[in-house]
Design a protein around this ligand. Structure first.
Ligand SMILES: Cc1cc2nc3c(=O)[nH]c(=O)nc-3n(C[C@H](O)[C@H](O)[C@H](O)COP(=O)(O)OP(=O)(O)OC[C@H]3O[C@@H](n4cnc5c(N)ncnc54)[C@H](O)[C@@H]3O)c2cc1C
Length: 452
């Protein structure tokens, strides 16, 4: 029998942002947590949105390797100019900082390769023969997490085969100050200044351009189709980056987090946000599963995972369409996953039941579904929305002062004003009848449609 490192409540395979943030939060919630991972391998740079930095700061988590926000220059079809801003993320330093925080929080961190995750045995096997035993396992090995054989054949859950090749390059004329993203005829390019006189340059192209050659010749071929004017970096960092819904359904013995569940197109700039927000759901999911409430956990997971995947896949498709090229690289990505609008503009406000997080636990609640909140909104400004709206049924929405005095007299005025404001932002109009009914039009809380 393989030697056992220890017995834990929860053992996690993989210590990228999803695994290590989940490990910290689970430990803080009182669980005994072990994490096994390969150490960060550098160098690698990405763009981090301010909201990821804000979530981490809110949870007292380190932001090592994260630079100040810089405006991104975009050259994408008809759009040329500054758009959004992003923080440069040195992923090795960032991941190492989070793993350090996990160790400081009391997580048992083992730096070793995981050879297998065995949900039925409740153990993670390491390549050196040791094992971690736990009541619950979490799979967070990113894109390297094996897919379940039942999901592997479903072509609709994987986007066009795409490769990213990146590395250090000398600055290009005019491009050194800010991050830049540029659509080119056979792919796209992201570049960001990382040191004085040094860029991190990432070329993204179709896997088909790798051809039959192997090794560096194949990489040079792909690189050349996107960036023919610049030589391939000396030590290129290569990743397969097709978007993928790896696990639409929850395994109650081994939930997946981050890229191991849904891996997004890096173009979305949403990958780290998803990794960190999926780590935030680890505590309520673990509590539900360890308390025997697998149904709640299943519904919650399925909704979050499916919503993230389909929305990001369709938003990405629209972005590819805007590039204005008609080569096969762009045609394929502009056609995937389907023609369904990314944002359903026909949603009529209505009530449905969803599993939500309330005070750190999962609970089935009535939520309000609107155009802006297609996944359902349960709370705003600390108030449960649907019971509040029931108080208004049949009456027009009053102005903010009367809303406070007649509908929410128990709340402080600022809270009542914030809720009133939120209702207006969702399309309700002051003085008009509330255009919705409270009948529950959806009984199934799953919005994952495999046929979509
Ligand atoms: C080229 C590229 C560019 C990207 N650019 C951006 C961007 O600009 N902005 C953005 O938000 N997102 C970007 N992403 C997405 C982002 O990197 C991921 O979404 C995010 O890292 C997912 O975090 P994770 O923790 O789920 O997985 P990962 O970060 O992949 O972490 C998985 C961890 O598991 C470990 N591991 C894997 N296999 C084993 C094993 N067998 N044994 C032990 N440990 C193992 C790995 O070493 C790693 O530490 C990009 C992704 C790629 C590939």
């Amino acid at each position: 029998m393989a030697p056992q490192i220890g017995t834990f409540d929860i053992a996690i395979a993989g210590g990228g942002p999803a695994g290590s943030v989940a490990a910290v939060l689970l430990t803080r919630a009182g669980f005994r947590v072990a994490l096994a991972t390969l150490p960060p391998r550098g160098p690698r740079y990405e763009g981090m949105s301010s909201r990821v930095a804000a979530i981490l700061a809110r949870h007292g988590l380190p932001l090592e390797g994260i630079g100040p926000a810089a405006q991104r220059h975009v050259s994408w079809g008809a759009f040329q100019g500054g758009q959004n801003s992003e923080h440069l993320a040195d992923r090795s330093a960032f991941d190492a900082g989070l793993l350090g925080a996990a160790q400081d929080a009391g997580v048992s961190v083992t730096y070793a390769a995981v050879s297998s995750v065995r949900p039925n045995a409740g153990e993670i096997r390491l390549a050196d023969g040791q094992r971690l035993s736990a009541r619950l396992l979490l799979e967070a090995r990113g894109r390297r997490a094996p897919r379940k054989s039942s999901d592997r054949d479903r072509a609709d859950l994987v986007g066009p085969d795409t490769i990213s090749v990146a590395g250090f390059a000398p600055p290009q004329a005019g491009g050194i100050e800010t991050p830049r993203i540029e659509a080119r005829p056979d792919g796209w390019v992201w570049s960001v200044p990382v040191k004085r006189d040094c860029l991190w340059l990432q070329a993204v192209g179709s896997a088909a351009t790798l051809g039959r050659k192997g090794g560096k010749a194949a990489l040079a071929a792909l690189w050349g189709t996107v960036l023919s004017d610049i030589p391939l970096p000396a030590r290129p960092s290569v990743h397969a980056i097709a978007p993928r819904l790896a696990a639409p359904d929850l395994d109650p013995l081994c939930p997946r987090l981050g890229d191991a569940a849904v891996a997004l197109d890096p173009l979305s700039g949403h990958g780290m946000f998803w990794a960190v927000s999926s780590a935030l759901m680890a505590v309520p999911i673990a509590r539900a599963l360890l308390a025997g409430e697998a149904e709640l956990a299943r519904d919650f997971y399925r909704n979050r995972v499916a919503e993230t995947f389909w929305r990001q896949a369709r938003v990405g498709r629209d972005f590819y369409r805007e590039a204005g090229f008609s080569t096969s690289f762009w045609q394929q990505r502009a056609a995937w996953p389907d023609d369904t609008p990314a944002h359903d503009t026909d949603i009529y406000p209505h009530v449905s039941k969803r599993v939500v997080v309330q005070d750190g636990f999962l609970a089935r609640r009535e939520v309000l579904i609107t155009r802006d909140a297609p996944g359902g909104a349960a709370f705003t400004a600390g108030q449960e929305i649907v019971p509040l709206l029931r108080r208004l049924t049949g009456q027009p929405l009053p102005d903010a002062a009367r809303f406070h005095s007649t509908v929410l007299p128990e709340a402080p005025p600022q809270a009542a004003r914030a809720i009133h404001q939120w209702l207006l932002s969702q399309g309700f109009t002051e003085g008009a009848q509330i255009p919705w009914d409270t009948t529950n039009r959806e009984t199934d809380s799953c919005n994952y449609n495999p046929a979509a």
